[in-house]
Design a protein around this ligand. Sequence first.
Ligand code: F6P
Length: 328
Amino acid sequence: MHKISKLAVLTSGGDAPGMNPCIRSIVRTAIYNGLEVVGIRRGYQGLIEDDMFPMGTRSVSNILNLGGTILKTARCLPFRTDEGQEIAYQNLKKRGIDALVAIGGDGTFTGALRFSKKYPDIAVMGVPGTIDNDLYGSTYTLGFDTATNTVIEAIDKIRDTADAHDRLFFIEVMGRDSGAIALRAGISCGAEAILLPEKETAIDDLIENLKSGQSKKKSSSIVIVAEGDKHGGAYDIAKLVEKQVKNYDIKVTILGHLQRGGSPSAFDRVLGSRLGFAAVNALIAGKTQMMVGLEANYIKLTTLEEALTQHEFKLEEDLMKMAEILSI
Ligand code: F6P
């Protein structure tokens, strides 16, 4: 069993609101349990460059409300190489670090698992932090709730102007290969259609749907396009539709990176605190190569192997069906 004494924490991949509450929780839970804590800047990049600093309870004061990550983040290619991993290992060893918490998405966990298999004397725990909500083993990932609320706020505003001008808007939202944000935002904003990577939508059906809305005197139409949708981005889809629907005034909005910023919601602050607390306690209990997640409102541990191999996150069929019916 791994008995740990000094723990390092990093955030990696795309930042997500809720990472800061999670860092705060990790630092304070570790110190409460008599562990030393080291923060690593810019994810695996800082691990390779030995960019680390000791963290105390006051170093995480007043960060619960901050978006982004105080540790900064990066997408680090050198950590995918054997050389990069060896340097990272030596940097941890020379500082006496025997446990690592990695907050991020599947790319972060892929690196963490490979590292931990090569160097099993460093205990590794993953925390799901990505706005995409696409990890097996946790119903919610950090940042998803805040990002969805940010999207809703933006789409509500677009609806005002769309309605004033009787316009059709195609709005592209983030999620990489996941339609989780698109689906929740679509339900919340009453989108006329939601295009998701998880579900094929024929352009003809979309056009039929929009025409039917027009005949029912809808004054505006909003189509949410998840960035991973098979037809391409919102501009591509708007062009396809424009060719066949003549009397619509069509506009396109790409919401982009504003979806990643902002103060974390209450849900993400609590989730970050819970996952951070659970991650440290799991390491103290001797666990390694695992991810802490939330299932049915309880903390659950999943092996990193499982979280990665079964990472196909399934969107709820019933929500997709309901969204269609409620938008008639
Ligand atoms: O994984 C989070 C995410 O925001 C995705 O939704 C998006 O596809 C990607 O990151 C964008 O990455 P970057 O900020 O590196 O352009």
